[in-house]
Design a protein around this ligand. Structure first.
Ligand code: PGA
Length: 219
C-alpha cells in the first residue's frame, strides 16, 4: 500500500546543500519507489530544487513548509500560495512551531488552506491534538503531538493510529514526531497511519535513503 514519506527540513540547509541532498536521494533511492516521497526545503531553495527534480526526473515531490494566509499584496516578507503554484505540489500548514513561535491560529490555518486550494497546492494540515481544527475540504493531515517533536520520544504506534482515527474517517492521516530509521516500520505497518513526517532524521541524505530503501522491501 502506498504511503507518504515527508521530509521537513525546517530552518536548515542552504540552496547548495538542498541540491546536494536532492541529488543524493534522487540517485540512490529505488527507481520504482512504491511510496510518495515529499521533501519540504526552505522557501529560498524551492525554485532550484524544483528545477533539479524536473531536469533529472527524480521521483521526489516538493512541498513548502508554510504559506502566507494572505493573498498577494502589501504583506512584507510573506510568500503567497500563488507564488508557490507550479513549484510545490504540497504545503505544510500549521506546524506546531508556527503555531507556538509565530502565533498561527486555526483561523490563519483556514485561510492558508483556501489559498492553497485556489492555487492547486494540496494542503497538509498539522495538528497537535483535537483542539487544532482541520478545515473543510482538507484531505490530508499530520498528527504531531508536541511532546514527540524533536525529543526522541515518538508516540507509540497504537496510540498514534488511534489518535489519527479520532480525527475522523476519509482522511489521509500522517504521523510525525521523532520518526527514525529504528521506529519507522512500526508506523508504516499500521493500517490507520498513511505516512510519516520526518524532521531531524530527514536532514542527512544517507540516513534518509536508508529509511526509504528499508521501507521499499516491504512495499
Ligand atoms: P522530528 O520533527 O522528526 O525532528 O521530531 C518532526 C516535525 O516537527 O515535523
Amino acid at each position: 500500500m502506498k504511503k507518504y514519506i515527508i521530509a521537513n527540513w525546517k530552518c536548515n540547509k542552504t540552496i547548495a546543500e538542498s541540491l546536494e541532498w536532492v541529488d543524493y536521494v534522487g540517485i540512490n533511492m529505488t527507481h520504482d519507489y512504491v511510496h510518495e516521497v515529499i521533501v519540504c526545503p526552505p522557501f529560498v531553495a524551492l525554485p532550484d530544487v524544483s528545477g533539479l527534480i524536473k531536469q533529472k526526473g527524480y521521483n521526489i515531490m516538493l512541498g513548502a513548509q508554510s504559506v502566507s494566509h494572505f493573498q498577494d499584496g502589501s504583506h512584507t516578507g510573506e510568500v503567497s500560495a500563488r507564488m508557490l503554484s507550479g513549484i510545490c505540489k504540497y504545503a505544510l500548514i500549521g506546524h506546531s512551531e508556527r503555531r507556538t513561535n509565530f502565533g498561527e491560529t486555526n483561523e490563519n490555518v483556514k485561510a492558508k488552506v483556501i489559498n492553497c486550494i485556489q492555487n492547486q497546492i494540496k494542503p497538509i494540515v498539522l495538528v497537535r491534538d483535537m483542539s487544532d481544527v482541520i478545515p473543510d475540504s482538507v484531505k490530508m493531515f499530520a498528527f504531531e503531538p508536541v511532546g514527540a517533536i524533536g525529543t526522541g520520544k515518538a508516540t507509540d504506534t497504537i496510540s498514534a493510529g488511534e489518535a489519527i482515527l479520532g480525527f475522523g474517517n476519509g482522511y489521509i492521516g500522517i504521523y510525525g514526531g521523532s520518526v527514525s530509521l529504528e521506529n519507522i516500520r512500526s508506523f508504516i505497518d499500521n493500517a490507520s497511519i498513511h505516512g510519516v513526517l520526518i524532521g531531524s532524521a530527514s536532514l542527512d541524505p544517507v540516513n534518509f535513503v536508508e529509511i526509504l530503501n528499508a521501507l521499499h522491501q516491504f512495499g
